[in-house]
Design a protein around this ligand. Structure first.
Ligand SMILES: Nc1ncnc2c1ncn2[C@@H]1O[C@H](COP(=O)(O)OP(=O)(O)OP(=O)(O)O)[C@@H](O)[C@H]1O
Length: 282
């Protein structure tokens, strides 16, 4: 049984004590034509964190996530993941490295022509190394892990609810037992109850599987509930990074407008109520 930890509890250990960063972005520049999206951007993500990247529309959150996955190359700078500079990695090496990362994308979460079972089995089949009975066991285990009953195994994605699609996509992201999980807007499109349930699932899996999670989200409830640290993108670089309580104190117009507006205040109040509830239960 996993005891849920609050972001504050996770933050008690100094980050340097957990070892070298899992992801280190150094002096990164991104350009599209004459438009500079990132300029001298630096960010370190440590083992066991749930680091959330936030920023205004068009500040380059998705591009940064794609650069961490090696799907796009920056104009300058480096992206080091598990000690390897992925900008300099050959395609075959990159493919091997990706087997240690899971990705849950907002769009295109599942292949519509494949059943739930086949979707989750796909990353394992692509290894061309696992016998069918091992794949079958592993798929059922992952389905169980994300709370998807075996009766859904042969369904097509179009027969699933939004929450079930997310769970199946998460099971696929976890298929190869990654140490690092990338989440792009994990709760987008879910109603508040399903969103809360999905957040709780990510919290449990993060603790159980000792994952490092990098997330992009616009949803402040999800961000406050899950993040051990937040990195704020503005002015083409990371203007603030740290636990949410520290970032909220930074005097910057974007931070004031984003976190301390009515939406941010509501999300904070909900989080504080939940934390107060957890403390009185313990
Ligand atoms: N392949 C591309 N070619 C040209 N411009 C691009 C490309 N990909 C992204 N951009 C531009 O880079 C900027 C950053 O895009 P990105 O999608 O990363 O922003 P974002 O912070 O994720 O925004 P949002 O919060 O609205 O999703 C945008 O101005 C976008 O138009």
């Amino acid at each position: 049984m996993v005891t849920k930890r609050t972001p504050q509890q996770l933050n008690r250990k100094p980050l340097e004590d957990v070892g070298p960063p899992v992801v280190e972005i150094k002096d990164l520049w991104t350009r599209f034509g004459r438009t500079v999206v990132h300029q001298d951007l630096n960010l370190k993500i440590y083992a066991g964190e749930i680091l959330t990247i936030v920023g205004g529309s068009g500040t380059g959150k998705t591009v940064l996530l794609r650069q961490m996955l090696g799907l796009e190359k920056p104009a300058r700078g480096s992206v080091v993941v598990f000690g390897e500079d992925i900008c300099a990695a050959a395609p075959e090496q990159l493919q091997k490295m990706r087997n240690h990362w899971g990705m849950l994308f907002q769009a295109g979460a599942l292949f519509s022509a494949l059943t739930v079972f086949e979707n989750i089995a796909l990353p394992m089949r692509e290894l061309h190394a696992l016998p069918e009975d091992v794949i079958r066991e592993a798929v059922l285990l992952k389905m169980n892990m994300v709370g998807l009953g075996v009766e859904h195994a042969n369904k097509m994605p179009s027969d699933l609810s939004g929450g079930m699609v997310k769970r199946a996509a998460l099971a696929r992201a976890l298929a190869l037992e990654p140490q690092l999980l990338f989440l792009d807007e994990p709760t987008a499109g879910l109603d508040p109850d399903l969103s809360d349930a999905f957040v709780a699932l990510i919290q449990t899996l993060h603790a159980e599987l000792k994952l490092t999670v990098v997330m992009v989200t616009h949803d402040l409830d999800t961000m406050f509930a899950l993040s051990t640290r937040i990195a704020v993108l503005a002015e083409k670089h990371v203007i603030a990074v740290g636990p949410s309580c520290d970032v909220l104190k930074v005097d910057h117009p974007f931070i004031k407008q984003f976190f301390l507006g009515p939406r941010g205040q509501r999300a904070l109040e909900v989080l504080e109520q939940k934390l107060a509830g957890n403390e009185s239960e313990n």
